[in-house]
Ligand binder design. Structure first.
Ligand code: SIN
Length: 281
């Protein structure tokens, strides 16, 4: 290998130097995909992807996923501009709650590619949590209990019509809430990653709003437990963005959270998602 990959933490994340994502050969693509599945978050430094080359690279990982609710670039319908202007102040930021991308879809994304275009002088970090590590840290009794449960995923509390005012404060992005956000999709709570074969706690509080197989009175407590456990600091990597960074995460085994602490600075990143498969146990 002509490039270097270094672990970022003991649980997740790798940093890659010396690779140009816009011109990977076939062997490098296979290596990079394996690294993304194993490390769950991979940081590529010193890239210069345009919307076109980002779309092309993303397509090499698999067909683009459907992008609901968020307006994409006119010329590049796979690309979302994740942008907050310097003067937007306290506006809600896109991705500012623990989630995995579009987990409410039948086939949620396998990978998300996020390329830095304009980064704040400070703040605006993205925090990732490993759902493989969160699962592995549970004791046998809890694992047995969770293994048979299903989770109800819905975008209701993010993108239904009543949520429109939350998004309307954002000038740089156009988010259109609609009734399809009320749809529900049931996925197993514990899934097997289709490429690594590892078990994963496929949970995120933004879109998992109910559990199947749990008494109604117990559900809020179990949801709270799952949220606090899966986002524990032991399972995290926090990414400090630099110009030229491209970060790719495995959306099947991680959650993430975009920190909104950079009022007064502009932040723009370009995001593409790769369609995954239906999660299974
Ligand atoms: C996202 O949730 O996809 C956006 C993450 C970020 O802006 O850091």
């Amino acid at each position: 290998m002509s490039y270097e990959a270094r672990p970022l933490t003991g649980v997740m994340g790798s940093e890659v130097f010396g690779l140009d994502l816009a011109s990977l050969d076939g062997d490098e693509l296979v290596d990079v995909r394996r690294l993304m599945c194993e490390s769950e978050v991979v940081v590529f430094r010193d890239q210069s992807l345009s919307p076109r080359t980002q779309s092309e690279f993303s397509e090499r990982l698999g067909p683009s996923g459907e992008v609901p609710f968020v307006e994409t670039m006119n010329d590049f319908p796979q690309v979302i501009r994740v942008v907050k202007e310097a003067d937007e102040g306290a506006a809600f930021n896109f991705g500012g709650a623990w989630h995995s991308d579009f987990s409410f879809q039948v086939e949620p994304p396998s990978f998300t590619v996020l390329a830095a275009v304009d980064v704040p002088v400070w703040g605006g970090d993205t925090v990732f949590a490993s759902m493989t590590a969160a699962w592995a840290a549970l004791g046998p009794q809890m694992r047995e209990r969770l293994s048979s449960l299903d989770a109800v995923h819905t975008a209701r509390d993010a993108y239904s019509r009543r949520m429109q005012p939350l998004h309307s404060g954002m000038r740089g992005m156009s988010i259109v809430c609609d009734d399809s956000a009320n749809d529900e999709r049931v996925h197993p709570l514990v899934t097997v990653h289709p490429e690594t074969g590892k078990e994963v706690l496929f949970f995120n509080r933004a879109y998992v709003r109910d559990l199947v197989g749990v008494d109604v009175e117990e559900t809020p407590e179990l949801l709270d437990f799952l949220h606090h456990h899966t986002t524990d600091v032991r399972f995290q990597y926090r990414h400090r963005w630099r110009a030229g960074d491209v970060v790719i995460w495995d959306n099947r085994s991680t959650q993430h959270f975009a920190i909104n602490d950079y009022a007064g600075f502009r932040r723009e990143l370009h995001r593409t998602t790769v369609r995954g498969t239906t999660p299974s146990r």
